[in-house]
Design a protein around this ligand. Structure first.
Ligand code: ADP
Ligand code: MG
Length: 372
């Protein structure tokens, strides 16, 4: 039932555009896998999905479904189901008729249509609305009809383009859970396009991160979070986002030295210099990787509390270290007053090259884990 999907070096140049909207995109989804494509608005997500669907031509490169090249195959012969952000339901038809529409057009016997529509309606929670018209439904219900209509064709691959973006926060959360359950129940390969990294992280087995038409990283949510390959992925994945501070990575007496723009230099006396010459880069530290200590220690740095925002179990603190602003996420129980001085350390941090953005070093508890 589920199919594999492979993109091989796919490019898209729209007419009258000077830049490619998709550039050299390659990735493979296993049969039954849930893959999300995430990235900022305009990065080429929808273009990619539309090329997979056959609604948009491929400028160069190949798209393969179950190992067969489909570049020239009509959309309806690719075994795909589609649901977009906007519902495109037929207003005069009932919900039942909307879902049944394509099956009818293909000449599926009416008894089977009834059975299949009722089954997907149950699975998507819209059984009570089958006789209503789309205009009588809420946004979330319309999107369920939209998805039911895509699933009823028993596609081998389900393509979803921002299906939750129009919904309010509550509906979105509910639909997220239902999408996951539907994927488990029907087992089809699913490609979800979203600009919301949280949605991608919570739903997908693996995530394609795109920026400006180019694949940045294709990995599990955890790998994207813990091992971002470059500045873009580091800045895009995670909420609140990673602190990214312009610095120069250098060495001083065989040890790693980090020179901040404020002129302050931090020398890590426990870490041998991993670089032979100074490199302009970004120091990356996730807010949740900043630890607060009761008293200064050999690896701590003095910081001043600027403001603290209480979030419940946690609090978000704006810190100042020698003129460098840092955001930290710490225990909500701590009392932190503006102006108070604290000792902090980094559980894990990253170094990215200023020029090409690539990760050059990753440190866990001060130990270099990878160096280029
Ligand atoms: P996303 O879905 O990630 O927001 P899109 O794939 O819609 O991005 O768009 C990627 C780029 O391609 C954008 O610069 C957009 O303006 C351009 N684009 C999209 N569709 C067309 C089109 N039909 N004609 C020309 N340019 C397009
Ligand atoms: Mg889009």
């Amino acid at each position: 039932m589920a199919a594999s999907l492979e993109l091989r070096n796919v490019y898209k140049l729209y007419p009258r555009r000077s830049e490619h909207s998709v550039q050299g995109l390659s990735f493979t989804c296993y049969p039954g896998e849930f893959v999300a494509i995430v990235g900022p608005s305009g990065c080429g997500k929808s273009t990619t999905l539309r090329m997979i669907a056959g609604l948009e031509t491929v400028t160069s490169g190949d798209i393969l479904i179950d190992g067969k090249r489909v570049n020239d195959l009509e959309p309806h012969r690719r075994g795909i189901g589609l649901a977009f952000e906007t519902y495109s339901l037929y207003p005069p038809l009932s919900v039942f008729e909307n879902i049944a529409f394509n099956l009818k057009a293909r000449g599926v016997p009416s008894e089977e249509i009834r059975r299949r529509v009722e089954y997907v309606a149950r699975a998507t929670g819209i059984e009570p609305y089958l006789q209503m018209k789309p205009a009588q439904l809420s946004g979330g219900q319309k999107q369920r009809v939209n998805i039911a209509r895509a699933i009823v064709r028993e596609p081998k691959i389900l393509l979803l383009d921002e299906p939750l973006s129009h919904l309010d926060a509550g509906e979105r959360k509910q639909m997220r859970i239902e999408l996951k359950r539907l994927h488990e129940e029907f087992g089809m390969t699913t490609v979800l396009v979203t600009h919301d990294q949280r949605e991608a992280m919570s739903l997908a087995d693996r995530i394609v991160v795109m920026n400006e038409g180019v694949l940045q990283q294709f990995d599990t949510a955890y790998q994207l979070y813990a091992e971002p390959v470059n500045y873009f992925v580091a800045s895009f994945i995670g909420d609140p986002g990673m602190n990214l501070i312009p610095v120069v990575f250098d060495h001083q007496d065989q040890h790693l030295a980090i020179r901040f723009e404020s002129g302050w230099t931090y020398v890590d006396l426990e870490t041998p210099a991993p670089l032979s010459q100074p490199v302009s880069g970004w120091l990356g530290v996730r807010p949740e990787d900043i630890a607060l200590h009761h008293r200064p220690g050999p690896k701590t740095v003095a910081a001043a509390v600027k403001v603290s925002e209480f979030l419940g179990e946690q609090q978000q603190v704006e810190l100042d270290i020698q003129g460098v602003a840092l955001r930290a996420l710490v225990d909500g129980d701590l009392t932190l007053d503006p102006g108070q001085s604290v000792a902090i350390s980094f559980r894990r941090w990253y170094a990215f090259d200023r020029l090409d953005g690539h990760r050059i070093i990753e440190f866990t508890e001060g130990i270099p884990a990878a160096a280029r």
